[in-house]
Design a protein around this ligand. Structure first.
Ligand SMILES: [Zn+2]
Length: 268
């Protein structure tokens, strides 16, 4: 195989690997932030559960202070009741006491409801915290894996870059310039020619070009897409089967006879 052709085929493989690895490395920050976003929902769930508990506690404190207020009122009304002059005044005070007692009882009911809710809220906080913890561990693991992968990619890239340099130095300037130009335009610069066609653009090659190409002895480019062509004898289609001989009528008749004979062979 032509020396430049051989090196350029290798160079394209290396360039493709470099492109793949570079894409992977540059995609990492996006991937890490996507991984971290998975945590955001769990953090929000924990925050929501904590807020519910805080609100519950605040409501209870308010109700407890309302109860205290009502109790103080009751004490006040009772002390006033000893010094009232009329029955009507006494009755009015007792009504106030009754009202305050009812309020206390209502507050106590609400506190009980809040205590029941608190149990549920504490359970959901615990569940949310535990889910967050599990998720955080898996996110950290995924991030570590992504970082390891990138480090490996970068190491591989270094190796490929070195090989690329060597290969480029080995190829003649003219071939390299053509390779670079087609690579820029078409993102691939090498194509196999099979069945007398460029396998990148599927344009038919002239018979003479095809014959020359089959030796891989020189740099030949596709007249249509400009890619550097090579030939792989392993991909040569198998030679067509030789056409079957036309059978003579006598032979056909003999065959029919033997079939018939088989059919009527008696069972021994
Ligand atoms: Zn082509």
């Amino acid at each position: 195989m032509n020396y430049d052709l051989e090196k350029l085929i290798e160079l394209e493989k290396v360039d493709r690997e470099i492109a793949r690895l570079s894409d992977e490395v540059s995609a990492l920050p996006k991937r890490v932030s996507a991984i971290e976003e998975q945590l955001a929902d769990h953090k929000a769930a924990v925050e929501k559960a904590r807020t519910a508990i805080k609100n519950n506690e605040a409501s209870r404190r308010k109700l407890e202070s309302d109860i205290q207020d009502s109790q103080q009122k009751i004490v006040k009304y009772r002390s006033q009741s000893s010094s009232v002059k009329t029955n009507a005044e006494y009755k009015a005070l007792m009504q106030e006491v009754e009202f305050a007692e009812k309020q206390i009882s209502a507050c106590e009911d609400k506190i009980l409801d809040l205590m029941i809710s608190l149990e549920v809220e504490e359970k959901s906080l615990k569940a949310a915290e535990s889910e967050l913890k599990t998720e955080a561990i898996s996110v950290e693991r995924e991030k570590a894996e992504a970082r390891t992968r990138t480090a490996e990619d970068e190491k591989q890239l270094e190796g490929f870059e070195a090989t690329r340099k060597e290969l480029r130095a080995a190829v003649s300037d003219g071939s390299l310039a053509h390779y670079d130009r087609v690579m820029r335009q078409r993102r691939s610069a090498i194509a196999e020619a099979r069945d007398q066609k460029c396998q990148a653009c599927y344009v038919m090659l002239r018979p003479q070009t095809w014959q020359e190409l089959k030796t891989n002895g020189q740099i030949i480019t596709c007249g249509s897409c400009g890619r550097i062509l090579f030939y792989d004898p392993a991909h040569e289609p198998p030679p067509p089967e030789p056409p079957k001989k036309k059978r003579s009528r006598a032979a056909a008749q003999a065959e029919t006879d033997s079939e018939v004979a088989q059919e009527i062979t008696p069972i021994p």
